[in-house]
Design a protein around this ligand. Structure first.
Ligand SMILES: [Zn+2]
Ligand SMILES: [Zn+2]
Length: 146
């Protein structure tokens, strides 16, 4: 079902309000950019919002992402060796496949059922709530290229 721009904007406003945050133009723009391109870095998001909101600073985008992450609207994913990536898919305990050649990130559903889908061999007395797993590998495009 195709959404009109106004409908999509109303959806974004609703999502931001439901998270208990004030709706601002940079927040709307960042959320929309993130919905269109999951696993985006702050730098990539800044480039996507600049055409609509010229003059937006990197600092502003970082601020929006920090507020979203804290409110549970956005999940931050820190692949080793590259910039933090952000996505709107939260709370489902999904994992990531990461290409070590080109950095492509693909979602993987939970490894086995509900969180935590992995049990440590020794939980040291912790009540384990979730597990964040990154599968490092080589994506199909990079495999074909070599
Ligand atoms: Zn690759
Ligand atoms: Zn993801």
């Amino acid at each position: 079902m195709a959404h009109t721009t106004v409908e999509r904007n109303e959806d974004l406003v609703r999502i931001i309000r439901a998270a208990g945050l004030k709706v601002t133009a940079p927040r709307l723009a960042v959320l929309e950019a993130l919905q269109q391109a999951p696993h985006s870095s702050a730098e990539h998001l800044l480039l996507s919002v600049l055409p609509a909101l010229p003059g937006t600073s990197a600092q502003a985008v970082y601020g929006v992402l920090a507020a979203f992450t804290e409110a549970g609207l956005v999940r931050r994913f820190d692949p080793p060796g590259t910039a933090a990536l952000f996505e709107c898919r939260v709370g489902d305990n999904h994992h990531h496949l990461l290409c070590i050649r080109c950095g492509k990130v693909t979602d993987v559903d939970c490894v086995v059922g509900a969180a935590p889908c992995l049990s440590p061999s020794d939980s040291s007395g912790f009540a384990v709530l979730s597990a964040e797993v990154t599968f490092n590998g080589i994506c199909p495009q990079c495999r074909n290229a070599s």
